[in-house]
Design a protein around this ligand. Structure first.
Ligand SMILES: Cc1ncc(COP(=O)(O)O)c(C=O)c1O
Length: 402
C-alpha cells in the first residue's frame, strides 16, 4: 500500500460526514436534489453580506507593486491591527497587532497553535461531542487527544476535565458556540474552568493553555452573547475565522489572537509565526486579508439562521424528538430515538433525510442536523421526521414484545 497506515486509519475515522455526503450525492442523482433533505454539512448557504462584493472588487482593482507578494508570515500589519481592535472590543481586553496572526481559516489557526505548543506525547483535552478534526490537528503535531465528555445538557463537566489533566496536559480546546450542539459555555463555567486550569497548572508546575475555537461567535440567537475567554483566563488564545460569519469558508481566511498577559506570549507568537510558515501556509491569502481587514464587525444576517432554528426546533418538538435548543451556530444535536444512532440515521435516510450519527462526534446516541439550508427544505422534511420517529417507536415496541 503506497499511503501511510496512519492515513488509512484517518480515512476510516473521518468517514461519517463523508459517507453521508456520498449517500446524499447518490440520492440527489436518483430522486432529484429538491426531494432530498440534506442536513449533513455545515457549509453556510447564505451569501456573504452585501458589503463583501464591493470591498473585494476595490481590493482587486488596486495595483500598487508588491500587492501579491510574500509578506511577514503573521500577515499584513494594518490587517492585524484592524482585527486586534475588533477582538479587543469583543473580548473586553485590549489586544495589539503583535498578538494577532492571520491564518488560513480556523483550521489553519488550530494547526498553527498545536504545532507551536506540542512536543511528542503532550496531551490536549477535547470535549465530546467534538468537531471531529480536532483529533487530526492534535495528532498532526505529535500530541495525544484526551476526550472528556460534557454533561447531559452539554455544559462543561469540570470534575471530568480535572480528572483528565495530567503532567503532560498542554492545552484544552473549547468550542463555543459549539459544533455540533449549538451550546454556549457560560461566563461562570469559564471562570470555574480558569480556576481549575490555574490550580492544575500550579500543581504540575506548568501552564495549561486554553484554546477557544470561536468561528461561530457571531452566530447567536435570542440575544445570547458568547462570554469573553480573555476575561476568564490569561493563558488563552482565540482561534477564529470568517468562514461562517461572512460565509467565506472556501476563501480560507481566519486568525489567532493571544491574550496579552499570556505566559511566554512573545515566544508563543514567534513559534506560531514560524509554524504558519513551515506548515506550508506561509501566510494567509493576501487579497482576503485586505478584504476582511475592511469588514470588521460585518456579519451575515444571523436572523435567517435564527428563523430556521425556530422552525426546526418546532418540527422536532412536535414530533417527539428530545434536544437542547441551540443558542448559537447552525446545528441541532437531538437524542436518537434508538440507542443505535447509526440505525436511526438509516431510518431518516429512508425518508431521504441526511443527518450525521452522533458517534461521528464522539457521542453515540445522538445525531447532528445542520440547518444551513433553505427554510423550505426544513419545512418539507417534517413528514419524514414524523415517519422516522414512528418507525423507531414501532421497532422499540417490537423489541419489547419479543
Ligand atoms: C468547530 C469548528 N472549528 C473549526 C472549523 C474550521 O473552520 P475554517 O473553515 O475557518 O477552517 C469548523 C468548520 O466547520 C468548525 O465547525
Amino acid at each position: 500500500m503506497a499511503i501511510a497506515k496512519k492515513m488509512q486509519e484517518y480515512a476510516q475515522r473521518s468517514s461519517w460526514i463523508r459517507k453521508m455526503f456520498e449517500a446524499g450525492a447518490k440520492m440527489k442523482a436518483q430522486y432529484g436534489a429538491e426531494n432530498v433533505f440534506d442536513f449533513s454539512l455545515g457549509n453556510p448557504d447564505l451569501p456573504p453580506p452585501p458589503q463583501f462584493r464591493g470591498t473585494l472588487l476595490a481590493a482587486a482593482a488596486r495595483s500598487e507593486p508588491g500587492l501579491h507578494g510574500y509578506m511577514a508570515n503573521g500577515g499584513y500589519p494594518q490587517v492585524r491591527a484592524a482585527v486586534a481592535a475588533r477582538i479587543g472590543a469583543e473580548q473586553g481586553v485590549a489586544v495589539s497587532q503583535e498578538e494577532v496572526l492571520m491564518t488560513c481559516g480556523a483550521a489553519g489557526g488550530l494547526n498553527v497553535v498545536m504545532k507551536a505548543l506540542l512536543d511528542p506525547g503532550d496531551e490536549v483535552i477535547i470535549l465530546a461531542p467534538f468537531f471531529v478534526e480536532y483529533h487530526f490537528y492534535v495528532d498532526n503535531h505529535g500530541g495525544v487527544a484526551r476526550v472528556v465528555p460534557t454533561a447531559d445538557d452539554f455544559s462543561l463537566d469540570l470534575g471530568a476535565i480535572e480528572a483528565a489533566i495530567s503532567p503532560r496536559t498542554k492545552a484544552i480546546i473549547v468550542n463555543s458556540p459549539n459544533n455540533p450542539t449549538g451550546q454556549i459555555y457560560s461566563a461562570e463555567a469559564l471562570a470555574s474552568l480558569s480556576e481549575l486550569l490555574d490550580r492544575a497548572g500550579r500543581a504540575h508546575a506548568t501552564t495549561i493553555y486554553l484554546v477557544a475555537d470561536e468561528p461561530y461567535r457571531k452566530i447567536v440567537y435570542d440575544g445570547c452573547q458568547v462570554p469573553s475567554i480573555f476575561k476568564a483566563y490569561r493563558h488563552s488564545l482565540v482561534v477564529s475565522s470568517y468562514s461562517k460569519d461572512l460565509s467565506l469558508p472556501g476563501e480560507r481566511i481566519g486568525y489567532i489572537a493571544v491574550h496579552p498577559d499570556c505566559v511566554d506570549r512573545e515566544l508563543l507568537v514567534g513559534a506560531m509565526t514560524l509554524a504558519n510558515r513551515i506548515l506550508g501556509f506561509v501566510n494567509a491569502p493576501a487579497l482576503m486579508q485586505r478584504v476582511v481587514g475592511e469588514l470588521q464587525g460585518v456579519t451575515v444576517d444571523c436572523s435567517i439562521y435564527g428563523r430556521r432554528r425556530d422552525l426546526f426546533c418546532r418540527i422536532l418538538a412536535e414530533n417527539g424528538y428530545e434536544f437542547v435548543p441551540p443558542k448559537g451556530a447552525f446545528y441541532l444535536f437531538p437524542k436518537s430515538p434508538l440507542a443505535d444512532d447509526v440505525a436511526f440515521v438509516a431510518l431518516l435516510q429512508e425518508e431521504k433525510i441526511l443527518a450525521v450519527p452522533g458517534r461521528g462526534f464522539g457521542m453515540p446516541g445522538y445525531f447532528r442536523l445542520a440547518f444551513c439550508v433553505e427554510d423550505g427544505v426544513i419545512e418539507r422534511s417534517a413528514p419524514g421526521f414524523a415517519r422516522a420517529m414512528a418507525a423507531a417507536r414501532e421497532l422499540l415496541a417490537q423489541r419489547l414484545r419479543l
